[in-house]
Design a protein around this ligand. Structure first.
Ligand code: 6PG
Length: 250
C-alpha cells in the first residue's frame, strides 16, 4: 500500500490521468479492464484526459466499467456513467463496445445489478474463487468513509458472493448499484482518489489505525492493502500521522 500526495487537486487530477494512460499503454496492446469511480473528484481527471494529445488511441485499448451508479438513468445529471461519457469517453470517441455501462434507471435495480455482474464475469478473467479480476479500479471516498456505494451500515458491506448489488442507502434515502468488496479486492490494482480538507479527518483516523492496528471502522478500510494506492492532495492528507506518511508515502 502506498500514499502519493499531490500539492493541489489539479496536480492530483493530472497524475491520475497519467496513471490511467500509463496503465492502458502497459497493456501490451491487449484490452485493459478499468472500473471508473464517480462523484466529483474524477471530473477534473476526465477533462484532462479529453484534452490529452493522442489519448484517444491509448484509451481505445480500455474496457471501461463503473464501480457504482446512482439510481438514475445514464443521461441524468447525477449519473456516474454520464460523468465519464461526457468527461472523456465521448470526446475521445472511445468505441461504444468498450464502454460497459450499468443502468441506474432500470426498473428493477436488483435485476440490473445481477446482469451487470454477469457481464463483468463474462468480460474478465476469473481469479481466486472465480472472482473476475479488473486490471485497475479507481475509487473515491466519502467523508463518511464510504467507497463506491458501500456506505456505512449498509447490507452490501457484507456481500461475499455477488460482485454487483443494488444497495439500499437509508442515510441518502436512495438505492445505489455498486461493486462489492470481493471484486474490488480481486483487482490487480486499486487507486483511491481523494481531495480536499473534508476528507482529512477520516484519512487521519484510517491511517492511525493502519499504523497502530485496530479493527476497521469505515467501509473503505476493507480494501485490500496490497496494490492499493491512495492518491491524495495535500489538504486531504494534512492530518495523516507523520509515522504513517513515513511508512506509506512515496
Ligand atoms: C459516487 C461515488 C462515491 C464517490 C465518493 C467521493 O457515486 O458518488 O462513487 O463513492 O467516489 O462519494 O465523492 P467526491 O469525489 O464527490 O468527494
Amino acid at each position: 500500500m502506498l500514499i502519493h500526495i499531490s500539492d493541489t487537486p489539479e496536480e492530483l487530477a493530472e497524475r491520475a490521468a497519467a496513471l490511467l494512460l500509463e496503465t492502458l499503454s502497459a497493456g501490451g496492446g491487449g484490452a485493459v479492464s478499468i472500473a471508473l469511480s464517480g462523484g466529483s473528484t474524477p471530473k477534473a481527471m476526465y477533462e484532462l484526459l479529453a484534452a490529452a494529445p493522442d489519448a484517444g488511441p491509448v484509451l481505445a485499448q480500455g474496457e471501461f466499467f463503473f464501480g457504482d451508479e446512482r439510481s438514475v438513468p445514464n443521461d441524468h445529471a447525477d449519473s456516474n456513467v454520464r460523468l465519464a461519457r461526457e468527461g472523456f469517453l465521448g470526446p475521445l470517441e472511445v468505441p461504444g463496445e468498450r464502454i460497459h455501462a450499468v443502468d441506474g434507471g432500470a426498473d428493477d435495480l436488483a435485476e440490473e445489478a445481477a446482469r451487470y455482474g454477469e457481464a463483468i464475469r463474462a468480460a474478465l478473467p476469473a481469479g481466486q474463487g472465480g472472482v473476475p479480476v479488473f486490471d485497475l479500479i479507481f475509487l473515491g471516498m466519502g467523508e463518511d468513509g464510504h467507497t463506491a456505494s458501500l456506505f456505512p451500515g449498509t447490507k452490501a458491506l457484507g456481500e461475499s458472493e455477488e460482485i454487483c448489488v443494488a444497495n439500499d442507502v437509508p442515510q441518502l434515502d436512495t438505492r445505489r448499484l455498486t461493486l462489492t468488496f470481493p471484486v474490488l479486492n480481486a483487482a490487480r490494482h486499486r487507486v483511491v482518489l481523494c481531495a480536499g480538507q473534508g476528507k482529512a479527518e477520516v484519512l487521519r483516523d484510517i491511517f492511525r489505525r493502519k499504523n497502530r492496528g485496530g479493527e476497521p471502522v469505515f467501509p473503505i478500510e476493507h480494501l485490500e492493502e496490497e496494490n492499493l494506492l491512495w492518491m491524495l492532495d495535500r489538504a486531504a492528507a494534512s492530518e495523516i500521522p507523520v509515522a504513517a506518511l513515513q511508512k506509506y508515502a512515496k
